[in-house]
Design a protein around this ligand. Structure first.
Ligand SMILES: Cc1cc2nc3c(=O)[nH]c(=O)nc-3n(C[C@H](O)[C@H](O)[C@H](O)COP(=O)(O)OP(=O)(O)OC[C@H]3O[C@@H](n4cnc5c(N)ncnc54)[C@H](O)[C@@H]3O)c2cc1C
Length: 468
């Protein structure tokens, strides 16, 4: 950190070290730019990732582990750690299909959201990572129930494609641990891929630094924040890259007084709400063992109906929060944790939320499900019930809360500065030296895992930044 100086004007400062920030930082340092990356979270590595679930929640996420919408009926998980979402996510990578791209094009007017036009950026992103599927022989019991249930009901499924390498399942590794940072460096998080490469090329990283405000005079941006929650520091850059995610970027621009210039700021917030559906069997399932996520739905009917299914499980605290009941009823379920199977339905949500600030400057998320969203969820739950029933489940029950893991929007991309925040060159409409390519620019919910597209768009955005 000795080389990080407040007196210097950096070629670029990147705020947020997650999926987008790390890809952008790498592209910029490769071209010889002097880049400083600022991250509010801590810099962990395989040797010191928190090992207990409760510690991991509080050390790797904002809000002590969990945040909520204003109605407190959607749980939001927002990573806060060097590497961002790539540290805690499942690294499931999918390219967008024509449906997702065309709905983005019609909403935003951006011409490159078209089949084939992002292919070279997807390929460049994939080349930075090792991508595999889980071999059938390592599927755990939960995965087998998923596959057999799909077959019994005539639904189509496919293996999940995941950024991973040498997970050593034959040695009995349980990859559920990856949810709090992969201690075997098998998951291809940004920490061991793009950030590692960027550090090797001279990237400066300052962790535990939360940016609170920015000021831009068009030539130079001042970035004000707090180090270790108490020391005020200011950094300067010719170009600023916002990569703090949907909530982080929106909060920063609102706190910095940009709302008047950017009427669409904070609009169109989506989360792909996920509903976990659990089933009790009268035999051992051990859904937490081995590769706990291996299969997804690939059924065109499900896509048309606006939902997808994945086999999944969670660590004990997460499962206990999802279970119904209190006291003895709750205990009755928890005692049978190892006899539970789980499938998640994630919906392509249609009701846009709004991110704003309250009078104290705290983030407020207004996000509700509408009738269409509830219909999509109900169709997914019905399919899961069919799957579990065909496999002999004793009891099937829905988790208590939907969870939003794919936090998207707030700075939507588009041609029109009244209805969007970022232009097709990835610049904020009124600020040509501030760029964004992360999950905040998503114009609507694609219904597909977002990370690979964030990576591809970040590589494309880097070309625009270098051109300017
Ligand atoms: C448990 C979980 C599982 C998931 N699984 C998948 C999956 O399998 N596949 C998939 O595609 N997606 C998955 N996701 C979603 C995916 O991780 C996110 O969509 C992705 O990380 C978003 O990338 P980003 O660059 O926009 O932001 P992030 O990766 O979230 O990075 C933003 C970073 O900015 C930092 N930041 C925010 N505000 C400030 C500030 N003011 N100052 C300094 N730093 C700041 C944050 O601390 C954070 O580290 C999952 C998410 C979770 C939580």
């Amino acid at each position: 950190m000795a080389n990080i100086k407040q007196s210097k004007v950096y070629d670029a400062v990147v705020i947020g070290s997650g999926v987008s920030g790390s890809f952008l930082a790498l592209e910029l340092v490769k071209s010889g730019m002097e880049v400083l990356l600022l991250e509010a979270g801590e810099f962990f590595s395989r040797s010191n990732f928190p090992q207990k679930e409760i510690d991991a929640n509080s050390k790797l996420y904002w809000g002590g582990g969990i945040e909520f919408n204003t109605d407190a009926n959607i749980a939001l998980l927002r990573p806060k750690v060097v590497g961002g979402g790539s540290i805690v996510n499942q690294a499931l990578l999918d390219r967008f299909d024509d449906d997702a791209l065309s709905s983005w094009k019609s909403q935003s007017g951006v011409s490159f959201f078209e089949s084939g036009k992002l292919d070279k950026y997807y390929a460049a992103a994939e080349a930075e990572l090792n991508i595999e599927t889980i071999p059938e022989k390592y599927r755990n019991e939960n995965g087998k129930i998923f596959a057999e249930g799909f077959k019994a009901n005539g639904y189509q499924y496919a293996p999940l494609t995941r950024a991973q390498k040498n997970c050593r399942f034959e040695e009995g590794n349980d990859c559920i641990e990856c949810l709090s940072g992969c201690r075997a460096d098998s998951k291809q998080s940004m920490l061991i891929t793009t950030l590692k490469a960027a550090l090797g090329k001279g990237l400066h990283i300052k962790s535990l630094f939360e940016v609170g405000k920015i000021e831009n005079n068009g030539e130079e941006v001042k970035i004000h924040g707090l180090y270790l929650k108490k020391y005020r520091e200011t950094f300067k850059a010719r170009k600023l890259i916002l990569a703090a995610g949907a909530i982080g970027n929106t909060k920063l621009l609102l706190s910095s007084g940009f709302k008047k210039k950017l009427p669409a700021l904070g609009r169109n917030f989506f989360t792909h709400p996920q509903f976990m559906v659990l089933a009790l069997f009268n035999r051992e399932i051990s859904a937490h063992k081995g590769p706990f996520q291996s299969l997804k739905s690939a059924d065109p009917n499900f896509r048309k109906k606006g939902f997808k299914l994945e086999n999944v499980f969670g660590p004990p605290v997460a499962i206990s929060m999802l279970l119904q009941g209190f006291g003895s009823e709750h205990m009755r379920f928890m005692k049978r944790l190892s006899q539970m199977a789980c499938i998640e339905v994630a919906i392509r949500d249609t009701n846009p939320g709004i991110i704003s600030l309250d009078k104290k400057g705290k983030v407020r998320i207004d996000k509700k499900l509408n009738d269409e969203d509830r219909k999509r969820k109900a169709a997914g739950v019905e399919a899961i019930q069919n799957i579990f029933s065909s496999q002999g489940a004793e009891e099937v029950f829905e988790g208590r809360l939907p969870i939003g893991l794919h936090l998207m929007g707030g700075l939507g991309i588009g041609e029109n500065s009244e209805t969007s925040v970022v232009n097709p060159e990835f610049q904020i409409h009124c600020q040509r030296n501030i760029f964004v390519a992360d999950s905040s620019i998503f114009p609507n919910a694609p219904g597909i895992n977002p990370s690979l597209t964030i990576m591809a768009l970040s590589i494309k955005a880097a070309q625009e930044i270098l051109r300017g």
